[in-house]
Design a protein around this ligand. Structure first.
Ligand code: 6R9
Length: 659
């Protein structure tokens, strides 16, 4: 572990919560927040029991709240049984929510489809019955590789209904990623689409699945179900392939939800870590759903009248907690969007907020930064050209939001009326952890402010001791919470070592550096490990390095992040080729070849922005690559650090040249 924590700009402006929100929010005023925090502190078990009893429907009530006997493999509500899909859909039947729109789906081309809770329940049940008739059962694993669509939500919910564990692979990932995940989870089912539509273009999906399954080791896969989205040509394997519209034919819209243990895995979602191999983060059923739902109510102040829009793809954790599960459990109407924010123009988000009368909007800083640039350049796509008066809360997730972007978002999208809710959390935490509450927290741009009630967040040193206010350290969570990661699928040792290192007193180590100011507000300073954050997506430097060295031309590679105004960080790769140093056009051609290779190996988001070639990499005498120096070179700054421990200091000059 290293604590290379850079100091950050601390904003001094404070924005008090709007008075009307303080009055009627689900958590009202600092006293309301404090009362919940005190309740959780006084008797954590009683607090978590109360929330689970009041907010979830149990098939068999739990008698124990938390089993710590095998820590850090915590079990929550161990003897309770329930079903996630029943808690998102069935519970609304026969209530006023039944005829409310659950999903307003807007396709890439602008076409809108509305699905009520009752209709969604029927669709999920029908698809679940199709899976059942194919012999699928609780505990099996399904890979879902679908575009943003009603079907993506239906597929996830149908799996949950039967206790099938899903693993969603982001549609922008390569066939190699699908292959790795299919093998790792031992999937017996793949659900995909012929293609996805983004920005007016159709991008094949089924082809990538075919390629992945042809790579070998996927023998457990019995069926591939394909949803026809674009009507594009696909290859067909008669023994294995089925159309979505065929399998649901004649299936009943009544499918009793299968009760599972509270800790039955709901899903496995892969995320980058500090090694080359992404980790399969395993989440539970009850604990995960409870916190997704509570944070909908607390963080977003969700009410039945809200129109909620989270712009995240279901391929990321945000699309699990705040598209596929949380909003449905909360009974709100949500917008699901297939396309991209810049098509047909950069006013798309604002136009959609206006048309669907969105009240709660949740997006990523990278989107805000890129739309700021485009809006300021063209008044037609500027948020001020749209009626955004229905908005009451605007949220941010994925990376630190710089004060400049925060203020632009607050002024131009939120009309200086809506609090900017900067939510800090991770794939592993399942749902929000440190975040302002709209009717409670005075905001400071750039700070995710205070932990949610029940979340014991702290900043500690290498020994687990809390550091003084104003000092940087490791962000940890000292007590378990219901939506926490249960294990890394198939690798419990790695789970223990990564998240509960021995020297940290059994605390959960988030992997972020942070500090607290005099008011106890948290300021996240970025990752302490070799994980980059590109457009809010986690990317391991090792992952990109492994992809590069897998190319026959590459002898060695080191990857670092460079700060970037729009994407947060950009990938810069330093590469040593097998053979002479390329020059001029040849260097450009090889760089292009390698960038395309990385896109194929991992996905387009992992493509290095820049590739620099050298005859070697800067190394210590013990052979360790000095990434610290490469980060300076990548920024184009002069090296002022001591390089005397380097075996080959001259190499830095060579790498500094952009060829
Ligand atoms: C939900 C999600 C997690 C990492 C996390 C941190 C960064 C996320 C943030 C934030 C500062 C915020 N991060 N939200 N940093 N402020 N509000 O993004 O999950 O993809 O697993 O990424 O993202 O570094 O450790 P995930």
């Amino acid at each position: 572990m290293t604590t290379e924590i850079e100091s950050i700009l601390v904003e001094n402006r404070v924005f008090p919560p709007p008075a009307d929100l303080v009055k009627q929010a689900n958590v009202s005023g600092m006293e309301g927040y404090q009362a919940l925090c005190d309740e959780a502190k006084r008797d954590p078990d009683a607090f978590w029991a109360r929330l689970a009893n009041e907010n979830l429907v149990w098939t068999k009530p739990f008698t124990q709240v938390l089993d710590e006997s095998r820590a850090p493999f915590y079990k929550w509500y161990p003897d309770g049984r329930m079903n996630v899909s029943a808690n998102c859909l069935d519970k609304h039947l026969g209530t006023p929510a039944e005829n409310r729109a659950a999903i307003l789906f807007e396709a890439d081309d602008g076409q809108v489809t509305k699905v009520t809770y009752k209709e969604l329940h029927a669709r999920v049940s029908q698809f679940a019955n199709a899976l059942k008739s194919l012999g699928y059962q609780a505990g099996e694993r399904a890979i879902i590789y679908l575009p943003m669509s009603i079907e993506a939500v239906v597929a996830m919910q149908a799996c949950a209904r039967l206790g099938i564990i899903h693993s969603v692979v982001f549609g922008g990932f390569s066939s190699k990623s699908i292959h790795e995940r299919t093998v790792d989870v031992g999937a017996s089912l793949v659900i995909t689409a012929d293609a996805q539509m983004r920005g007016g273009k159709s991008i094949p999906l089924k082809d990538a699945v075919d390629e992945a399954l042809a790579m070998g080791g996927c023998d457990a896969v019995r069926k591939v179900i394909t949803y026809k989205r674009a009507g594009s040509d696909v290859q067909w394997h008669a023994d294995r392939d089925l159309w979505w519209h065929d399998v649901i034919q004649g299936q009943s819209t009544d499918c009793p939800p299968v009760a599972v243990d509270a800790d039955h895995p709901l899903f496995i979602l892969y995320t980058s870590g500090s090694t080359g191999k992404p980790k399969g983060v395993q989440h539970s059923s009850a604990g995960f759903l409870l916190w997704s739902l509570m944070t909908m109510k607390w963080t977003f102040d969700a009410k039945p009248t809200d129109v909620f829009w989270c712009t995240a793809d279901v391929g990321w954790v945000t699309g699990h907690s705040y598209v596929a599960y949380g909003p449905l459990a909360a009974g709100v109407t949500q917008v699901v969007f297939e396309g991209v924010p810049t098509y047909p123009d950069a006013g798309r988000f604002w136009k959609m907020i206006q048309e669907h009368k969105v009240t709660i909007f949740y997006t990523a800083p990278t989107a805000i930064r890129s739309l700021t640039k485009l809006s300021e350049a063209d008044p037609k796509v500027h948020p001020k050209s749209f009626d955004l008066s229905t908005l009451r809360i605007i949220g941010s997730v994925g990376e630190p939001i710089n004060p400049e972007a925060w203020v632009w978002y607050y002024n131009n999208v939120g009309g200086q009326r809506c609090p900017v809710i900067d939510t800090w959390w991770q794939t592993e935490t399942g749902a929000h952890m440190i975040t302002p509450l709209p009717g409670v927290t005075p905001l400071k741009p750039g700070s995710c402010t205070l932990p949610l009630p029940g979340i014991d967040a702290a900043i500690v040193d290498e020994t687990g001791e809390e550091v003084e206010r104003g000092k940087g350290g490791f962000l940890v969570i000292r007590r378990p919470w219901p939506s926490m990661i249960r294990t890394i699928w198939g690798d419990p040792e790695r789970f223990k070592k990564t998240y509960f290192p021995e020297e940290l007193k059994g605390y959960y180590l988030a992997g972020d550096g942070a500090q607290r100011d005099k008011d106890g507000y948290f300021w996240i300073m970025g990752r302490i490990d070799d994980v980059l954050n590109v457009s809010g997506h986690r990317l391991g430097t090792m992952e990109v390095e492994s992809a590069l060295v897998a190319h026959e031309m590459v002898a060695e590679a080191a990857v670092v992040g460079r700060p970037d105004d729009t994407t947060g960080e950009a990938v810069v790769a330093f590469v040593v080729l097998n053979g002479p140093l390329p020059q001029g056009d040849q260097a450009a051609a090889v760089a292009k070849q390698l960038r395309d290779w990385v896109a194929k190996e991992i996905g387009p988001i992992a493509k290095p922005r820049e590739i620099r070639f050298g005859e070697n990499l800067p190394k210590t005498r013990s052979g360790k690559i000095m990434r610290r120096l490469l980060r300076v070179v990548a920024k184009g700054e002069p090296i002022t650090q001591d390089v005397s421990t380097l075996e080959n200091p001259g190499i830095l000059e060579q790498l500094a040249q952009v060829r």
